[in-house]
Design a protein around this ligand. Sequence first.
Ligand code: SF4
Ligand code: FES
Length: 334
Amino acid sequence: MRASRYMLVFYASIIGVPLLLYLMLIADALGAQLVGRALLVLASLGLIAFGAMGFAEVWAHGPRESADVAVEPRRAAAIPVYHAERGGGGRRIVSFSVARFIGEKKAVEREAYRVEVDGHSTVLSALLSIKERQDQTLAIRYSCRMGICGSCGMVVNGKPVLACETNALKAAEGGEIDVEPMYGHPLLKDLVTDFDDFFERHVSVEPGRYRLDSREKYAAKEAYKQSREEIDRYLPYSYCISCGLCLDACPVVNSNPEFIGPQALSQAYRYHADSLDQRGEERLLSVDSLAGVWGCEFAGACSKVCPKGVDPAAAIQLLKGELMKDAVVGKKDK
Ligand code: SF4
Ligand code: FES
C-alpha cells in the first residue's frame, strides 16, 4: 500500500521541522554565518508549508491510498490482457463481422461488433474484448496468446490464421474484419472447431521416435548423438504446433476427406528423416497411397499459411522421392 504524496511530506515534516529547529539552535550557539542561518530558516518554512498541505489533505479526505492504486487487484491484472484498446498508439474503432452458430436454428449467422483497437491489438484480443464487454456467449478457443499452442486458428478475411498473431489494425485495412471458424474441421460452436479427426490423422503416421529395443531407455549404453546434417534433415518439420491451418487451406483435404493431409504427412517425413528413429520403411509404406502422399496435388497452400514456417508441401514431395527411390532400387516388395 502506498501513501499519498502529501501525506508522506506531512509525516516527513513532523520529524524534519523539530530537527531543523534543533540545527538552528546549534548554529546559533556556534555563531554560524547569517547566510547559513537564513538557509536553515527557509528550509524550515518549506517543510512547514508542505506539512500544512499534507495536513489539509488528511483533513479533507482522511488517510487513504493514492488514487493510482485505488484499483481492485484482480481487475488491474486483467487490463493488459482483455482490453484490446490498451497499449499502443493509433487507436481506431473497427467493425467485426463474426460467424455465430445459432444452436436453435442450427445455422451460422453473422453478428456485427465494433471494437476500439490500437497498433498492438490482435484479432484474438479484440474478440476477447467483445466476449468480456459485449457478448459473453461468443465461443473462442485459445490458450497461449503467443503463437505457441496452436489453438486459436480461425479464418480472418478468408485466410486461415492464428488469431493471436494477426494484427487487428492491419486486418481492418480493407474495412470490416470478417471472422469465421476454420472450414476443414467440423464446427462445434461459433469459432470453435472439432480437432478429433485432425489428431487421428496425426497419430496415424506414428509421430514419434521408435526404437527397436523398448528397454534401452532404462539402460542406454551410450549417448544418442546426431550430426548437424542429421539434425538439419528433420528440424524444419519439427516446428509444427498442430494448429491445423495447413489442413484448412488444403484444397484436396476439403474435397477428399480420405486424404490424411499436409500436417500428418509432414510429420511422417519429420520422423522418417530422423536418424534416431527406427520405424523405417513401415511408416513410409503407410503413406504410400492415394489417401497418403499420392493424393497431394502440390497446390502449396499448406506451406503458404503455416505460421511456423513449416513446409508440408516440400515434406510430401520428399516422401514421394523416398518411395520412388525404394521402388527404383527394388528395396521394397510391392
Ligand atoms: S504444418 Fe504448420 S500449418 Fe500445419 S499444423 Fe503444423 S504448424 Fe500448423
Ligand atoms: S492462442 Fe496459442 S497459438 Fe494463438
